[in-house]
Structure formats: C-alpha cells, structure tokens
Design a binder for this molecule. Structure first.
Ligand code: PGA
Length: 254
C-alpha cells in the first residue's frame, strides 16, 4: 500500500500563497510519488485555484470539512456535492472542530455516510486526550472508530481513511521530545483500530483500510514514527506548509 501524505493547511495562506506553496511542495516531493500519494487540503476559498493549478499532476485536493447535507437552509455550510468538483478527499472530525465547534460523533458519522455515497474519501480524525493516554485508556478511540463506520455500508467501508491523531500531540513538539509517540506506540494503536474494523466488517476490509498518523509530524520525528505496515501515511499540519520539511519527510518514508 502506498503511503498517503496529507497536508492540512488549516486556516493558513491566502489564495495566491496557497497556489504557490502547492506548486513548491510538488516540485520538492514529486520524485517520491511512486511510493507515496500526496493530498493537499487548502482552506475552502483557495480550493478551486489550487485544484486548477494542480490539474495536470497526480496530487489530489482535500477539503478540511463539509456539511452533513447536500443542500438546503444551512447558512455558512459547504456542500460536499459542490466540493466534489475539486476534491477527492475531505478531513472530517478534526479535534479542533470537535473542541471549538462542538462537533459531535453523530454529526461526523452523518458526514462520513454522505461523502462516501458521493464518492469523496473521508479522512476521519480520531484521538485520545493526554489523561487517557497516560492511563492507557483507548476506549474513546475504539468508540470513535465504531461511530465513524456506524452508517457506512460494507462496500464503501474501505474508502474511509482513519487518521489517528492523539489530541495532545497536535501542534506541539512536546509529545515527540519525550518519545511518548513512537512507531511502536502509534503502530500499536493502528493495529487495535484495524482489529476494531475487522470486528465491524471483516478482516479483508480491515486490511484494506488506510490508517495514517498525525500530530506534530515533522522531518525530525518522522524516523521514530515511520512503521509500515501499521501506519500508512501522515496527516501533517505545520510542517505541511514548508516544502523543505515535506521533501525531508518524503525522503525518510520512501
Ligand atoms: P500539526 O497538525 O502537524 O501541526 O500538529 C496536524 C493536524 O492537526 O492535523
């Protein structure tokens, strides 16, 4: 299975900067595309222009969120049906949205169901708090996995990508300096997630499911984290804005 590297640009870069950064990252990483797929997730307003600029490349575009409905009276929401023109992927249930916007697992499950039926692959973010981590409690992770697949028919299940992102490891370097997150640790959680998926569907679906890791991934810690076959890619925030960082990350995992 190829690694899936997803750059989550969050609420950074204007439209022109997004296009330039995307082209710069591709220039630095394209030599590694045989073994790795790259997905770039700009903010909504930049999506059409970035998609246009990347039209002749193998790089895919993802959105950072979408509505749970295709259309209707939902002020400020963005329809996945409209996104589909540009996006093959959408990040759903990021911990920043769960925390600041109180997105619930039920709403996220509805979004996952809708986008998989539209042919967009959801990248579903799931992770535990620091307290849960310290007491070895993975119950929230397993619960979120079962919720993520709760409305998904078996024939669409392998389109769902799980991004294991410990909440406490996002946007901080702390986690990696004390080596709380290592390949063994993240790989162990990924295996548990896969076991859970095989209980929900079967072993074949579980083996086909892409599980990626996120949380302050950068060129310095990537070597501790990279462990195929359990972790098959990365969701990258800060370092995903920097073409040198991305080049080094691609180099390390190829
Ligand atoms: P980070 O962000 O790499 O800056 O921690 C990852 C994410 O939030 O998806």
């Amino acid at each position: 299975m190829k690694n899936l590297v997803v750059a989550n640009w969050k609420m950074n870069l204007d439209v022109a900067q997004s296009v330039n950064t995307a082209l710069d990252i591709i220039k630095h990483t394209k030599n590694y595309f045989k073994k790795n797929d790259l997905v770039i997730c700009p903010s909504f307003l930049a999506i059409p222009e970035v998609a246009g600029a990347l039209a002749n490349t193998s790089v895919k575009i993802g959105a950072q969120n979408c509505s749970w409905e295709e259309e209707g009276a939902l002020t400020g929401e963005v329809s996945p049906r409209v996104l589909k023109k540009y996006c093959r992927y959408v990040i759903l249930g990021h911990s920043e949205r769960r925390m600041y916007l109180h997105e619930t697992s039920d709403i996220i499950a509805r979004k996952i169901d809708l986008v998989t039926n539209l042919g967009i692959k959801p990248i579903v973010c799931i992770g535990e708090t620091m307290e849960e981590h310290d007491r070895g409690d993975t119950s929230r992770i397993m619960y979120e996995v079962s919720k993520a697949f709760s409305l998904v028919e078996k024939d669409k299940a392998a389109d769902v990508i799980i991004a294991y992102e410990p909440i406490w490891a996002i946007s901080t370097a702390v986690s990696h300096t004390d080596e709380k997150v290592t390949c063994d640790y993240a790989g162990g959680i990924a295996r548990k997630i896969r076991d859970e998926i095989s209980k929900i569907y079967d072993q074949a679906i579980a083996e086909k499911t892409h599980i990626i890791y996120g949380g302050s991934v950068n060129s310095k810690n990537i070597e501790h984290l990279h462990c195929q076959p359990d972790i098959q890619g990365y969701l990258i925030g800060d370092a995903g804005l920097d073409s040198d960082e991305m080049k080094k990350i691609f180099e390390s995992i190829s």
